[in-house]
Design a protein around this ligand. Structure first.
Ligand code: ADP
Ligand code: MG
Length: 344
């Protein structure tokens, strides 16, 4: 897959996106007001793959929509490529390509038309349009003239990405790009994002999967209840979350944790199930398995689980809010399966 060439410029900004005390309060006529963003100050360095991580309702889409010019902020400011999203609306908008969370394609247009229309909207002159090149890059060249309604869910997602690229924006924003996407499409999507990033495009993506942010992003910001609670390089953040849970099903029933396993902080979570909480940096799964074997037990099944969003919030904020709208997601080991849902 090829990436479009970035426009060369000697004076590119250091920050691709910057928000300062960005606040959004929704005041719907039908319900209580919601402070969806609360003084969020964020700096996305040019050239990074930046992850905005947070549970459902955290305010991720609100932030993206303000950047895209689709939602009006209440206060604070946002800049894209050093252009103010309100005072320099046009320039800010032409610096960003947004791939929305929802598929919103007109069923009666074919991919070629979708891209041509979008290019027209952004004022890309006919002789500078790269319609086929972009369709090629996202693997849709052979569908250029097929009705959008005849495309599979995965193809529609790729067309949305293509649409965001027509004006060669230096910043590409993807809102929950892999929600409801199958494993293969997810892999292709990330591969293409890497190609774009290597060609110089700054990528900003939102997700509520820690593993996804960890795999893709060099910097992760965490947002919860509209507040930014962390923003740091991925290895540092992950290093602070050095905890994993290993659940082992053994083939016999136990009355208590065997004595030799007590030093491994094991607990008996069912008559035939032992759960170990450990720090991968100081202990390996292999060591635990060896201890189980030498205790004379036979492993029937095992599952590991990394710290999930709930753990992260707890550890980063120290707050165990009853009201937290935290991860209703299944544990990470299960999330893997959930991701194999068929595309939309
Ligand atoms: P996320 O994308 O992280 O799931 P959103 O930005 O969509 O979060 O939503 C943040 C909060 O703002 C939620 O409480 C949501 O219900 C509320 N919200 C989002 N859009 C609107 C709207 N148009 N009117 C009222 N409330 C909204
Ligand atoms: Mg959202």
């Amino acid at each position: 897959m090829n990436a479009p060439a970035m426009p060369s410029s000697d004076d590119m900004p250091d920050l691709a996106v910057e928000t300062e005390n960005l606040t959004k309060i929704y005041s719907p006529s039908y319900g209580p007001t919601v402070r969806a963003l609360d003084n969020v100050s964020l700096q996305v360095p040019r050239g990074s793959v930046f992850g905005l991580l947070g549970p459902n309702g955290a305010g991720k889409s609100t932030l993206i929509n303000i950047l895209a010019g689709l939602t009006i902020k209440t206060s604070g400011s946002a800049r894209i490529w050093d252009f103010d999203t309100e005072k320099q609306f046009r320039r800010a908008r032409s610096a960003i390509g947004v791939v929305p969370q929802e598929v919103n394609l007109d069923a009666f247009f074919c991919p070629r038309e979708v891209l041509e229309l979008q290019a027209g909207l952004y004022g890309v002159p006919k002789n500078e349009r790269r319609t086929m090149e972009i369709l090629e890059a996202v693997g849709l060249a052979d569908k250029a003239d097929a009705y959008a309604r005849s495309l599979s869910g995965g193809m529609k997602r790729r067309l949305l990405i293509a649409k965001a690229l027509v004006h060669t924006p230096p910043v590409v924003v993807l809102d929950e790009p892999t929600a409801g996407v199958d494993v293969e499409l997810r892999r292709q999507l990330w591969a293409y994002m890497r190609v774009l990033n290597e060609a110089g495009t700054t990528i900003l993506l939102t997700t509520h999967y820690l593993e996804e942010a960890e795999e893709m992003c060099d910097t992760i910001a965490i947002i919860d209840h509209g507040k930014l609670i962390a923003c740091e390089p991925t290895p540092e953040l992950v290093g602070r979350l050095d905890q994993r849970t290993l659940t082992i099903t053994v083939s016999s029933s136990l009355d208590a944790v065997p004595e030799t396993l007590v030093p491994f902080s094991a607990s008996l979570t069912a008559p035939n199930e032992l759960t170990f909480c450990f720090s991968p940096s100081s202990m390996t799964v292999g060591e635990i398995l060896a201890a189980i074997q030498s205790a004379g037990l036979t492993v029937a099944d095992l599952a590991t689980q990394e710290a999930d969003l709930e753990d992260i919030f707890l550890r980063l904020t120290g707050i165990d809010e009853e009201t937290h709208v935290v991860a209703t997601d299944p544990p990470s080991s299960v999330v893997q399966d959930a991701r194999s849902n068929p595309p939309l």
